[in-house]
Design a protein around this ligand. Structure first.
Ligand code: SAM
Ligand code: DTB
Ligand code: SF4
Length: 331
């Protein structure tokens, strides 16, 4: 590593936006080399963890997130609102995901927060999916302490709750809650002993400095998340971000590399946006230290690459699905 940059690197977890930005702005090949080196120190170089998503309650969400197809505040996004799925239906989808090679099953609901009356069904889903031998993840919006404890007790492994962008860009994208609300839920999730999955969306019109600000926020969580999804905005007609200008793919790769360097033990997940990404960009993201993806034909409401495209890509790159038992533990 070049000495000038080494000198700006904090020896504690206290990243600043400026130190992260300095890292992100290094010559592309230096950045990639360091990210790949960090990655190899902590993980098997050619293994990628596979998670599958299921939308257990779609659409009709009261929040106003500018990127989301599921907000009831955006006119016509073409998403139909559904009720919470029955645990038996969820179990069937989880069994399919496991048979297709996923080791983690992530259940997402379009809620500001779960209601108490939903908790029995949610905890039943967790227990049943876990009994299949899958790691479990849920993303249900804000949680209070009791809800986080109940999910943990049912066997939930991870809770996904994204910070999504830098604090100073948040209000450009979401006004129905504050950044501090997200941080408060993350604290409850940690307090309950759940593992944290927390990342963001790139390509919403934020600056490079704001991308660095997001990574600094994530890396300064103590401890930092065990899983960090980096989503590329999937522009959705009918949402305020439908016409967000396309991002330079190399800027996305820089963000992935920076996340890997700042959070060496985390699973960096190349999340939404793979369907719209070419294979070479995905390959660069793996070279930059991404080691987890969502598989399955759908994310929550948008398409994801079909299994055969992913299998071809893995074959061309010599990548192997990571077995749950070989996954390195986070710090
Ligand atoms: N309602 C819960 C919440 O907001 O935490 C859980 C579901 S929400 C859909 C989960 C995450 O999906 C968001 O935090 C965001 O990062 C991601 N997401 C949603 N729409 C997206 C889009 N159009 N492009 C990329 N990521 C998106
Ligand atoms: C995350 O960070 N990305 C996933 C998962 N966590 C829940 C969701 C991506 C959603 C993409 C848009 C859609 O399919 O609606
Ligand atoms: Fe609702 Fe989550 Fe979509 Fe925001 S991101 S509108 S909270 S489903």
């Amino acid at each position: 590593m070049d000495q000038a940059i080494a000198a700006t690197r904090p020896d504690t977890t206290a990243w600043t936006t400026a130190t992260v930005q300095a890292l992100m702005e290094r010559p592309f090949l230096d950045l990639l080399f360091e990210a790949q080196s960090v990655h190899r120190r902590h993980f098997a170089a050619n293994e990628v963890q596979l998670s599958t998503l299921l939308s257990i309650k779609t659409g009709g969400c009261p929040e106003d997130c500018g990127y989301c197809s599921q907000s009831a505040r955006h006119g016509a996004t073409g998403v139909e609102a559904t009720r919470l799925m029955a645990p038996a239906e969820v179990l069937q989808a989880a069994r399919q995901a496991r048979d297709d090679g996923a080791t983690r099953f992530c259940m997402g609901a379009a809620w500001r927060n779960p209601k108490q009356r939903d908790m029995p069904a949610l905890t039943e889903m967790v227990a049943q999916v876990r009994a299949l031998g899958l790691e479990t993840c849920m993303t249900l919006g804000m949680l209070d302490a009791g809800q986080a404890d109940a999910l943990k007790e049912a066997g939930l492994d991870y809770y996904n709750h994204n910070l999504d962008t830098a604090p100073d860009f948040y209000a450009n994208v979401v006004t129905s809650r504050r950044y501090e609300d997200r941080l408060a839920t993350l604290r409850e999730v940690r307090q309950a002993g759940l593992r944290v999955c927390c990342g963001g969306i790139i390509g919403m019109g934020e600056s490079r400095r704001q991308r660095a600000g997001l990574i600094a926020q994530l890396a300064n969580l103590d401890p930092y998340p065990e899983s960090v999804p980096i989503n590329q905005l999937v522009p959705i007609a009918g949402t305020p971000l439908a016409d967000a200008p396309a991002l330079d793919p190399l800027e996305f790769v820089r963000t992935v590399a920076t996340a890997r360097i700042c959070m060496p033990h985390t699973m960096v997940r190349l999340s939404a946006g793979r369907q719209e990404m070419d294979d070479a960009t995905q390959a660069l993201c793996f070279a930059a230290g991404a080691n987890s993806i969502f598989t399955g034909a759908r994310l929550l409401t948008t398409p994801n690459p079909e299994a055969d495209r992913d299998q071809q890509l893995f074959k061309r790159l010599g990548l192997k699905p990571m077995q749950a038992s070989t996954r390195h533990s986070a710090p």
